[in-house]
Every structure is written in structure tokens, then in C-alpha cells.
Design a protein around this ligand. Structure first.
Ligand code: S3P
Length: 452
């Protein structure tokens, strides 16, 4: 895991216009959100869960290691499937050492939910990026179950959690639209007697709810009288081990997808992409910008809708992206910004406050990186405004990745369309979510190389 303690040297990378359009067919790795949850639910179930297509990125491997440290058996079989022998709800035990979750906010927040209703003490930390990210958004509701937290100033990691010995279920209205906070509360509710309810003002990704149902928990989803949704889990169910097939990650597919759109003449198919409606905001934006993306071979895999995406290079136009779309594309703004910089006209992306608390402050990372590449970009409050000239932006800058995999990949994609190459200072963070990004993009004809 890349860290400020620099366990391996930084790896700069340069991206330049390929001599020919991008072409070919690839499959992206498994969905990161679903992979974390498959391991966690498997660990809390009774019996053996077999997972096919698990993302083997550093973030998910951090979850696997933490679950092992808590007493679940989590192994990779020789055929690439992952086998989890669960301990049952409430059955995890005190870890011997600090749980280091690397760069992964999802691992940290969801595990804190689980730990909040297990009666022992654990210490959780992460890399320099994760140690900067807000944890109060989970420790505040989890304290209401009776858990105790001792954290650094601002509620940051490292923190110690002592789980509630006699948890009480809660009803909680999310102050921020966050699937991680929703999931942390629902996971804590699994080991509390009675009903735990989360009210979300705007629907966020629902993989936790789907998987709870898949493992046999009682989960009730209703419209909230005040708008949004009420999600209730009935505590202390017996979770039964269930096979999981992880679809390809739409947030990873976003990178080759935008690359194909902005390199003229490209013709690319991305196979087996998860199309859960709570994750498809980017496709809607790109369609509004003039992209024609064909969804072929639509089917269901592991309870999630899936399709192959076929896309060609397209002259894009600017669009107005409304704030209520943010939860369905929260991880896609860096690469959408790259597309907007190549489009003709103004793209306004509204309501991006949550981007400030991702792996980096993505609002600044995007705006500073694009400005350095000669793009007209403005941050106005929580909105990002990009004035694209159409065609090839100047490029030619060195981008700081700031321990942020999606900033690294978005700017490498951007460099495929710019007049001058784009360099990133460190490509190591890419391994957190998309370890094969560079070779897969090379198969399509992208040129990424180590700068001289
Ligand atoms: C995730 C939810 C999102 C997203 C993250 C994964 C999840 O975070 O940015 O990459 O798996 O629940 P928030 O829910 O905090 O927005």
C-alpha cells in the first residue's frame, strides 16, 4: 500500500496521444464495493461463502486481512475464487494488533460498523490519505449503539473502538448522502436486538441492502415520508453463507470508457460491467454530452444487472450535471472532468462537496491538474465549471496524484487526448482499485510509459 512511509519508490508515469485509435475488447476487474461486502458478509455468515470475480486490489485485500485478524478464515483458492468461512453474527474476536486498512475508506468505515457491536477493543489505522479522512460521520451514529471511540483530533484515524456489550438499535437520518455511513449503521444493526433504520435523503449505492437480502437477513426498504428512503434491518438474523458473483466495476470501466470517447476513431467494448441503477450516473452524463454507448448482452449476474458497453470516439459537448446525480457517480467526477475538458462548451458539475473528503480533496486535485494542463476551469463553492474548447486540450503538465488512484487514472486517460503528454508523479495508488489498469489500457493501444 503506498504510504507516506514510502515502502517502495514513487513510480511516475507519462501518457501521450496514441498513434492509432483505441480498439479492442477488455473486461474490467470486479466491483470494489461489492467485493468488500462479499468478504464482510461472508465473515459474518454461518458456513462457507464462495466468491467469484473478487477484486484483488489493495483496498479489498486490506479488508480480507482485517477479517482474518478478527478470526474469519478468508483464503484465495487455486482457481482464483475466494473462500470465506464465517463465524456468524457477533462471532468475531479481538485482533492481536492494529488493523491497517491502507488507503481504503470503505474498509475502515464498514468495519467500524461491524466492530461497534462486537464487545472488544480494536485499533484502526490507514495510510496518510485515510488518516486525513473524516470518521466522525460513522463514529457519531455508531456511538448511539453504545460503542465507544477514542480518536485523534477531528475524529481521525488512528482510533480505538470498544464495541457495545449490550447494543441498542437506532434510527438514523444520514446528514450526508453516503453509502459508507448507511452501510456502517446497517452492519452495526446486524448485532443489535430489534430494528435498526437508516433514512437516506438521496438514494446511494444499495449493494449492502441487496447482499443482506441475499444472505437471508430481513431488510425492509420503504419510501421515507420526507422524501428519500428508509432502510431497516432486523437485528440478529442468522446470515447463511451464499455464493457471490462479483460483476465488473462500473467505476473502473469509466476510465477505458472515457478514453475511447476522447480518442478520435476509437472502437472499444468493455465486457461484464455492473449496471446497478445506483451507479450509472456517469452513463447518463455522457449520453447528455452526445456519447452513444450501446449496452449489449444485458443480463443478471449475482443479483446485479450487467451488460457489455460498446463505445466509439465521439465529439462531446458540455452539459449541466445536477447535484442530485452525485451519489450515483460520486467516484466518476475525475474522469468526467477529463471528458468535459475535451468537450465543446461549458460543463457544470454541481453539488460536489463530498469530493473534498475522498482519497484526496478531489475538487482541488481535478481543478489544479486541469488548470496546469491549460484547461479553463473554475471552482465556485461546491461546483466545478469546465469550459472545453472541443478537441485536444494543451496538456503538458505534471500532476500530483496525492495518494488518489482515481486522480492518477483520470489524468492518464486525459493525456491520451492532449497535445502534449501528461505526467503523473506516482502511479502506485492505482493498485488500490485497478491493479491491471496499465496493461489493460495497453491492450487497447494506450501509450503509458515511464518518463525520461
Ligand atoms: C463506497 C461508497 C462511496 C464511494 C466509495 C465506495 C461504498 O463513498 O466513494 O468509493 O462502497 O459504499 P461514500 O458513500 O462515502 O460517498
Amino acid at each position: 500500500m503506498p504510504d507516506d512511509t514510502t515502502r517502495s519508490a514513487v513510480r511516475p508515469l507519462l501518457s501521450e496521444r496514441p498513434p492509432a485509435p483505441l480498439a479492442g475488447r477488455i473486461a474490467v476487474p470486479g466491483d470494489k464495493s461489492i467485493s468488500h461486502r462479499a468478504l464482510m458478509f461472508g465473515a459474518l455468515a454461518v458456513g462457507r461463502t464462495v466468491i467469484t470475480g473478487l477484486l484483488e486490489g489493495e483496498d479489498v485485500l486490506a479488508t480480507a486481512a482485517a477479517l482474518r485478524a478478527l478470526g474469519a478464515a478468508v483464503e484465495r483458492a487455486a482457481d482464483g475464487r475466494w473462500i470465506v468461512d464465517g463465524v456468524g453474527i457477533g462471532g468475531l474476536g479481538e485482533p492481536e494488533d492494529v488493523l491497517d486498512l491502507g488507503n481504503s475508506g470503505t474498509s475502515a468505515r464498514l468495519l467500524l460498523g461491524i466492530l461497534a457491536t462486537h464487545p472488544f477493543t480494536a485499533i484502526v489505522t490507514g495510510d496518510a490519505s485515510l488518516r486525513r479522512r473524516p470518521m466522525r460521520r460513522v463514529t457519531e451514529p455508531l456511538s448511539r449503539f453504545g460503542a465507544q471511540f477514542l480518536a485523534r483530533e477531528g475524529g481521525r484515524l488512528p482510533l480505538a473502538v470498544s464495541g457495545a456489550p449490550a447494543p441498542v438499535p437506532i434510527e438514523y437520518r444520514l446528514p450526508v448522502p453516503s453509502a459508507q455511513v448507511k452501510s456502517a449503521v446497517l452492519l452495526a444493526g446486524l448485532n443489535a436486538p430489534g430494528r435498526t433504520t437508516v433514512i437516506e435523503p438521496q438514494p446511494s449505492r444499495d449493494h449492502t441492502e441487496r447482499m443482506l437480502g441475499h444472505f437471508g437477513a430481513e431488510i425492509i426498504i420503504e419510501p421515507a415520508p420526507t422524501g428519500g428512503r428508509r432502510v431497516t434491518v432486523v437485528g440478529r438474523p442468522e446470515l447463511s453463507a451464499a455464493p457471490i458473483i462479483v460483476p465488473g466495476d462500473p467505476s473502473s470501466a469509466a476510465f477505458p470508457l472515457v478514453a475511447a470517447l476522447i480518442v478520435p476513431g476509437s472502437d472499444v467494448t468493455i465486457a461484464n460491467v455492473g449496471l446497478n441503477p445506483s451507479r450509472t450516473g456517469l452513463l447518463q452524463c455522457l449520453a447528455e454530452m452526445g456519447a452513444e454507448i450501446a449496452l449489449e448482452n444485458r443480463r443478471e449476474a449475482g443479483g446485479e444487472p450487467v451488460a457489455d458497453l460498446k463505445v466509439r470516439g465521439t465529439a462531446l459537448r458540455g452539459a449541466d450535471i445536477p447535484p442530485e446525480r452525485a451519489p450515483s457517480m460520486i467516484d466518476e467526477y475525475p474522469v468526467l472532468a477529463a471528458a468535459a475538458a475535451c468537450a465543446k462548451g461549458r460543463t457544470t458539475m454541481r453539488g460536489l462537496a463530498e469530493l473534498r473528503v475522498k482519497e484526496s480533496d478531489r475538487l482541488s486535485s481535478i481543478a489544479e491538474g486541469l488548470a496546469a494542463c491549460g484547461v479553463a476551469v473554475t471552482v465556485a463553492g461546491d461546483d466545478l465549471i469546465i469550459d472545453g474548447a472541443g478537441g485536444s486540450p494543451p496538456g503538458g503538465a505534471l500532476i500530483e496524484t496525492r495518494l488518489d488512484h482515481r486522480i492518477a487514472m483520470a489524468f492518464l486517460v486525459f493525456g491520451l487526448a492532449t497535445k502534449e503528454p501528461v505526467r503523473i508523479d506516482d502511479s502506485r495508488p492505482i493498485a488500490t482499485s485497478f491493479p491491471d489498469f496499465v496493461p489493460l489500457m495497453a491492450r487497447l493501444g494506450a501509450h503509458f510509459r515511464v518518463p525520461d
